[in-house]
Design a protein around this ligand. Structure first.
Ligand code: ZN
Length: 454
């Protein structure tokens, strides 16, 4: 292993080049939600960046945006796989950006631009970690592979098909994976994410008369909006926050000792009062605190109404009995719940309780996590302690969701990255710190060295 300060020196010396590559990639407005018209430009840029590393590159067409993959020309026993995405969230509202979202710039040690935190900054930091090792060691001590998709921000509709048909390329019993996101918490401490909750997202519809009626009919014609509200209210007990769908909690597994210990450690870094103030709330559900609050946050599934609409939505009054009503609802799922089971239970619930609710569409991911007892967790923790000078906080999984199960079913997957708590992912003025961008490179270079030694 080379000295840590030599890795840091390399990151400093090559900072301008790394920033230039990040800026070039950030200038391409790869907003897949608006259609993939910039995907090919991004792929061209990725080809340039990875060929410059002397990596093999391949673009695979899907039913949506192409998947870009790249592989080192090495033949080592171990492999480090990176999962990233070249697409970004829409940048609107544009007028809330201090500098234009697709014209990245640096102000006071921060890099601003759409995608710098989620997730183009990580792509480039990972590339420069490889350059660092290549220059200081002559060659990579582990094989490195990248999979960079273009549909992460629109729920990765074609990733499953890609992964299913590329098992041999992606997985082996000597492969470990670093996922796309991560950074530091409010105290500036590094965080490792061991997985994600699952999600089941549904759109519901109820129907009544064949057109909107005068609300004078209210005494004799059933209102689909009232019916939908009653159906929604039946799903969750507002007092206890318990989800009242039969068997809903049955599949959930008891958390391991490691998971409970990790949650206890997170407690020491929490400032509940500050968090409530930031969220603009007076208390958390059930007025929970400390360990109980965190256990609920990480270990409990949710049922959240994300949107609800019917009848007259405009200004002023309109006395109308609507013809139909709609709601969007998401369930965040914990191990071992699945979106397919939840949909079936939801259908059964409506039927059994005489609610005539149509499920218009649904979508979802299974929850997934890497057990905290696997050696890769210890190795990453040790690496981060050395590079950052403190033991990182380990989250057993994120309360958010992603297509991680496609990978974590086969190999250890952990998520770290170069963002920080104020990075404003998905929001105006998205940013990362130049310092985190550099140290992120050092951390991954060290990880590769350590992987080869164990
Ligand atoms: Zn995102």
């Amino acid at each position: 292993m080379v000295l840590l300060k030599d890795l840091e020196k390399f990151a400093e010396k090559n900072l301008d080049n790394a920033l230039e590559d990040l800026f070039k990639l950030t200038r391409i407005p790869t907003v897949t939600a608006k259609g993939g018209e910039y995907s090919s430009e991004a792929i061209t840029e990725l080809n340039r960046i990875f060929r410059d590393l002397d990596f093999e590159t391949l673009t695979t067409e899907t039913k949506g945006e192409p998947v870009f993959t790249s592989t080192s020309k090495t033949d080592k026993p171990k492999t480090l796989l990176f999962y990233d995405h070249y697409d970004v969230q829409p940048a609107e509202p544009f007028d809330q950006w201090t500098s234009p979202p697709f014209e990245p710039e640096i102000r006071e040690g921060m890099i601003y631009g759409r995608g710098v935190a989620d997730n183009k900054g990580n792509i480039i930091a990972r590339v420069y970690a490889i350059k660092m090792i290549q220059e200081l060691h002559g060659e990579l001590p582990v094989n490195v592979k990248f999979i960079i998709e273009g549909e992460e921000e629109v729920s990765s509709p074609n990733l499953k098909e890609y992964v299913d048909s590329h098992h041999d390329f992606l997985f082996s019993d000597q492969t470990s994976c670093i996922w796309e996101f991560g950074g530091t918490n409010t105290l500036g401490m590094q965080e490792i994410w061991g997985g994600v909750k699952g999600i089941c997202y549904v759109q519901l519809k109820t129907t009544g008369p064949n057109r909107d009626l005068h609300s004078a009919y209210g005494s004799i014609v059933e209102n689909p909006a009232n019916h939908l509200v009653a159906a929604l209210a039946s799903l969750r007990n507002d007092q206890t926050d318990k989800i009242q769908i039969e068997n809903f909690y049955n599949p959930i597994i008891t958390p391991s000792k490691e998971v409970l210990e990790a949650i206890l450690k997170i407690k020491d870094t929490m400032d509940e009062e500050k968090q409530k103030e930031q969220l603009g709330i007076k208390k958390f559900i059930g007025d929970l605190h400390g360990e109980e609050l965190l256990k609920k946050y990480y270990l409990n599934p949710t049922c959240t109404i994300c949107g609800i609409w019917s009848g007259w939505q405009g200004e002023g009054g309109k006395t109308v009995l609507p013809a139909e009503a709609h709601a969007k609802l998401d369930f965040r799922l914990v191990p071992n719940q699945t979106p397919e089971d939840v949909i079936q239970m939801l259908r059964d619930h409506f039927k059994k309780n005489n609610f005539n609710v149509e499920i218009e569409w649904f979508d979802g991911y299974r929850p997934a996590f890497t057990p905290l007892s696997v050696p890769f967790v210890g190795l990453l923790k040790e690496t981060m302690l050395e590079v950052y000078g403190h033991t990182p906080i380990i989250h057993p999984w994120s309360p958010a969701s992603g297509p991680l199960y496609l990978f974590a079913d086969h190999i250890p997957v952990l998520s770290i990255g170069v963002a920080h708590v104020g990075s404003r992912g998905h929001a105006p003025n998205e940013n990362i710190k130049v310092e985190d961008f550099k140290q992120g490179q050092v951390c991954l270079a060290r990880l590769m060295e350590k992987m080869a030694e164990t």
